[in-house]
Each structure stands twice: as C-alpha cells, then as structure tokens.
Design a protein around this ligand. Structure first.
Ligand SMILES: Cc1cc2nc3c(=O)[nH]c(=O)nc-3n(C[C@H](O)[C@H](O)[C@H](O)COP(=O)(O)OP(=O)(O)OC[C@H]3O[C@@H](n4cnc5c(N)ncnc54)[C@H](O)[C@@H]3O)c2cc1C
Length: 471
C-alpha cells in the first residue's frame, strides 16, 4: 500500500496524506463511537482538480472512497467500515472558501468543508442569515449537510438542506466535474444536480462547492418552553400556534426523559414548573418586530389555554440561549450519559404522521422496557421527527426491527434527517419498493461503475460481516 499512498501524495502533497494510524483514528471512528474501520490513508485534497485526480486514481485501482466533512454523521456513513476493499477517507475540510454574500440574489457560494457555523457567521456579517441550523454547527459541513439532506430546527420555516441548494459543483467517480454554481432560481434544462445529490450520502459524487440560499436576518427573537400533558396536546398546540404566529422558526419537542437527562447534564432546574408534564415544546420565533406579544397571545388564546400546563418565555439573548440549551444540548447530554455507561447510545432518527406520534412513542417505550434500555426521545415536532435514543440497549437489531417496522406501518420514514448510512441500510426495504431500490442501484452503477463511492451506504444488500461493525 505504500506505493498507493505515494500516489495520493503526488496528487495532493505529502502534508495532506495522513497514514499514521494514530493520526487517522479521529477520521476512522464516528461521533458516537459506534462505527469504526480502518482507512489506507486520509487524503485531504485542496482543489476540485485534486479531487478529480484522486477519484480517477481510486476508480483505476479499485479503492473505495469515503467522503468526509465534519464527521458528525450519526449513521456510520462517513467513516470506513470493516471488510471489503481497501478505502481512503477523503476529508473535504480544506474546501473552506466562502464567496461574497450576494444580497440581491440572497445567495452565497461555499466550499464543501465550510462549517454550518462559519456559513451562518459569514451570512450574518452581511446582514443575512442561514436557513439550516443545528447543534453540530461548529463541525458539520456544507458537504455533509447536503449529502445527508440535513434538517435541524428551522425546517418548519425554510425546509431541509435540499431546498437551500441553488447550485452545486461535484466530482464523479471518473474524476469529471459536474454541475453549476450559477444559482439560477429558474431553469428547466434536464437533470438537476442539486436534486440528485442532496441526500445521496456520498454514493453518487463528491460535493466540492455549493451555491446556497440565504434568508433575512431577524434581530428580534422570543423563545418559549411550554409544558403540555401529552405529545398529542403538543401537536394540537403547535397547530394553534402555527395558525397565528407568522414568525415561528422552530417547534422542538422534548419528552420528559430527555428533559430529565438535560436537566442533570446542565445542572440547572427545569425552567417550567410542571411535575405532571407529559411533553415539552420549545417554540422559537424571529422577526423584524418583537414577536413576544404574538407568541404569548397565541399561548394564552382560548383554544390553547387548556393545552398549556406551564410556560417560560425568554426575550433577551442571554436568557434565550440558556433556555435553548434545554433542547440544543440534549445530544451532548445523551453522549455524556452513554460514556458513563461505557456503551454508545443506540439512535433511531424517524418521522411519522403527527397524529401517530403517541403510538410511536408507546411502541418505542415498550421496546426499550423489553430490552432493559432507557429511552430518551426528543426531536422536531412540526415534521413528526423523533430522535429515539436507547441508552444501555443490548439487542439493537430487535429494537430496530420493532420500532422501524412500526414506523413503516404508521406511514412514516426510517430516516428523517440523519440519512441511512450503514446503520439503517438493512431496513430500507421497509419504506422503499424493490423497484425503487433497483432504480437507485442503476443510477449508482451508471455514475460509479466500479462502485468505489461509499460502498455499503444506502445499500440494502446484506453487509460484509467479515469484521465487527460495532465495537
Ligand atoms: C450534536 C449533534 C446534533 C445533530 N443534530 C442534527 C440535526 O438537528 N439535524 C440533522 O439533520 N442532523 C443532525 N446531526 C447529524 C449530523 O450533524 C448531520 O448529518 C450533518 O449533516 C453531517 O455533516 P458532516 O459534515 O459532519 O458530515 P460527515 O459526518 O462527515 O458525513 C456524513 C455523510 O455525508 C457524506 N459526505 C460528507 N461530505 C461530503 C461531500 N463533500 N460530498 C459527498 N458526500 C459527503 C459522508 O460520506 C457521509 O455519508 C447532529 C449531529 C450531532 C453530533
């Protein structure tokens, strides 16, 4: 393999090929610690041409390529997997360039390695804002967010990453560059690369740059944490709030078990007094004018009053940030609890029709009890998107089979925003027909005949189990 590593050095420069196992380890293990494998090298290209040359060489040599951004993915798609052909991790972090903000088109061009936080800070300096945001913002990249069609808290107002990509530049397995960064709001000229590549999880091409939509920056913001008796009441309350609050940016759901863990992690009291609460909702509003009256009036309206057990409202930046911690830092709290237990959390990111969320949580609770695991559910209420975290779980396959099976029966999806990766590939058949899967495989084969791009990801065929997937 030394000769192969030397080949990559000749393309991207010796400093940008990492082959020391100690240095590579951080790129080979995922954020949760649940997925890991070994790469021949971590290759860090600095230009589209270098990406093209690396991919062409990998196609010729039959070496798999795992594109990687911030390595915050939660389904094992951005790290090597055991077994199969040798692979490289293609780290895209050197693509950190941000173009000038175009306030006329409300767009900006960003490199695939730009973090969501850098994108947001850049946009804000120009008086604009970004439509996608979530807790992993300091590490998660534009390339990763496009590849996973990431969501986050603002989906309610602006949609997922797919809606934000007005243009894309990407490199195929052959080494050829495709796409356009023109960012034309209207164009009907056949294949639309942003549509094809958003959500493709590094299996069709490597994204190098994107032309991204921006949204207005609203200086006025109000946040409310509301306790309700049940998730069904929370859904009813959301409908009332949506109806009258035009500035609604986010409606995040925190179930009592998640509140308990975040309260312990932050070492602060729950901001609402509601021992009987069966659910909490974090409403976040932003606008040009102070949205406080609009939000509080909606929460106090005749229809809403019986649904609200207690509420805490914050308007200044410091108070808001302290309140938002109770949602934003739950993933971190779960990771910390898992570390104490000595076993990574088992995570299922799912979505189901709003009217069925109660059923879904009941199912997950029963499954957790049966396994002896502790269920921590939270998520994005408006999209029916629940993150079901099982702490101390033993039988992951049985949990996934029961929960994902029920999700499919309810008309939901086995992945709302984290992607399918390796973790959920065996369950794809629950929500996709054989014809869907055959068409997807055919597209993949057409763009990557040698099958070098992220093998195993989004692939429902039985995985290579010659190594252990989970430590
Ligand atoms: C604390 C925390 C909170 C999170 N909250 C959310 C949330 O609210 N919403 C949400 O959607 N996700 C969330 N996530 C999941 C994760 O942050 C997202 O999936 C994110 O989009 C991954 O970006 P990344 O740069 O880290 O990608 P990586 O983890 O590096 O890769 C993810 C996938 O994208 C592919 N990929 C990466 N870069 C490229 C590229 N340039 N070209 C082609 N393919 C590429 C990889 O091969 C892999 O399949 C959270 C994660 C954490 C740790």
């Amino acid at each position: 393999m030394t000769a192969v590593v030397d080949t990559f050095r000749s393309i991207v420069g010796a400093d940008h090929v990492l082959a020391d196992p100690d240095v590579c380890r951080g790129h080979e293990t995922d954020w949760t610690g649940r997925f890991q494998g070994t790469a021949t090298a971590v290759v860090r290209p600095g230009s589209t041409e270098e990406v093209g040359a690396v991919l062409a060489r990998c196609t010729a040599l039959g070496i798999s390529v795992i594109a990687q951004g911030g390595n915050t993915g939660l389904v094992g798609g951005g790290v090597p997997r055991p077994g199969g052909r040798p692979c490289i991790v293609l780290s895209m972090l050197r693509f950190a360039d941000l173009g000038a903000v175009d306030t006329q088109s409300m767009q900006v061009t960003a490199g695939a390695g730009v973090t969501l936080a850098a994108w947001r800070d850049h946009a804000r300096r120009a008086g604009t804002d970004t439509p996608v945001d979530f807790a992993a913002r300091d590490s998660a990249t534009i390339g990763g967010a496009i590849a996973t069609n990431a969501g986050g808290s603002r989906v309610l107002r602006y949609g997922t990453m797919r809606r934000q990509v007005a243009g894309i530049e990407a490199v195929l397995a052959s080494g050829e560059t495709v796409g356009s960064l023109a960012g034309l709001p209207k164009e009907t000229a056949g294949l639309h690369w942003p549509s094809l590549l958003c959500g493709s999880e590094g299996t069709l091409a490597v994204v190098t740059r994107a032309r991204l939509r921006l949204v207005p920056l609203f200086e006025q913001a109000t946040t409310a944490l509301v306790a309700t008796r049940s998730i069904t009441d929370a859904v009813a309350l959301l409908a009332l709030v949506r109806d009258s609050v035009t500035s609604l940016d986010a409606a995040e759901v925190v179930m009592p078990a998640a509140m308990e863990i975040i309260v312990g992690h932050l070492g602060r009291r729950c901001p609402v007094e509601a021992p009987s609460a069966g659910c909490f909702v974090m409403f976040d509003c932003t606008d040009r004018f102070d949205p406080t009256d609009q939000l509080t009036a909606a929460l106090a309206a005749d229809g809403a009053r019986p649904l609200v057990v207690d509420a805490a409202v914050a308007t200044d930046a410091t108070q808001r940030s302290r309140l938002l911690d109770f949602r934003d830092r739950i993933t971190e709290a779960i990771a910390s609890a898992a570390t104490s237990l000595g076993t990574p959390p088992f995570k299922l990111d799912v979505a189901a029709p709003l009217a069925t969320l109660d059923d879904l949580i009941d199912t997950a609770s029963r499954v957790a009890d049966h396994d002896g695991a502790r269920l921590i559910p939270f998520g994005h209420l408006a999209e029916g998107n629940l993150h079901l975290n099982f702490l101390g779980a033993t039988d992951h396959v049985a949990i996934a089979a029961a929960v994902l099976g029920r999700v499919a029966e309810l008309g939901g999806t086995i992945s709302a925003e984290h992607g399918i990766g390796i973790a959920k590939a065996p369950w794809l058949h629950l929500i996709r027909t054989p014809a869907d899967l055959a068409a997807q495989a055919a597209v993949r084969k057409a763009l990557d005949p040698a099958g070098i791009l992220n093998p195993g990801v989004l692939d429902p065929s039985p995985p290579d189990t010659s190594g252990t997937q989970e430590p």
